[in-house]
Design a protein. Structure first.
Length: 164
């Protein structure tokens, strides 16, 4: 049995990539990888990528803004983790910075506090230093800045102590 597929022609790849981009925002890096996987040569993949950009199917800026919005709102990721993941997709630093600026500082802090409150329920009965460390590790794993995390962990702990 031969499971080898015929490589796509540039036009077939263009149609398939355009359909993919029409369904959801895609990173140019990811589309380039798909084009190469579909059997296009590097020059053909570059031409298809440029056509997708010219026709508005691909837009790095639009992708970065959508990625930041989704990962912050739905995954609860902090700016460090989001920026790192965008860099892995070869998004320009300036584009990442502009996309990150769309996150409201108050919403950012409030989201971290919400995440930490949920985490606090599972660690609050530990020795205080161990609980603090677990909370800080949790915030770091989500990609939040250490200074902000420290302030928010303190706030969550103080709020819990007042509730008791």
């Amino acid at each position: 049995m031969n499971n080898q597929r015929q490589p796509l022609t540039p036009q077939q790849a263009m149609n398939r990539a355009a359909a993919l981009c029409a369904r959801s925002e895609q990173a140019p890096h990811d589309i380039r990888e798909k084009l190469l996987k579909w059997g296009l040569s590097a020059p053909d993949a570059s031409r298809v990528l440029q056509d997708l950009i010219k026709q508005g199917f691909l837009d790095e800026e639009r992708y970065a803004r959508a990625y930041v919005k989704d990962k912050f709102a739905f995954n609860g990721w902090g700016k460090i983790k989001i920026a790192h993941q965008l860099k892995l997709k070869d998004i320009a630093t300036e584009t990442i910075n502009r996309a990150m600026a769309t996150i409201d500082d108050d919403s950012y802090r409030q989201r971290l506090v919400e995440l930490l409150r949920a985490k606090w329920a599972s660690v609050k009965n530990r020795e205080p230093r161990a609980a603090w460390a677990a909370m800080m590790r949790f915030a770091a794993s989500r990609g939040f800045e250490a200074s902000l995390a420290s302030d928010c962990v303190q706030e969550v702990i103080q709020d819990d102590a007042q509730d008791d």
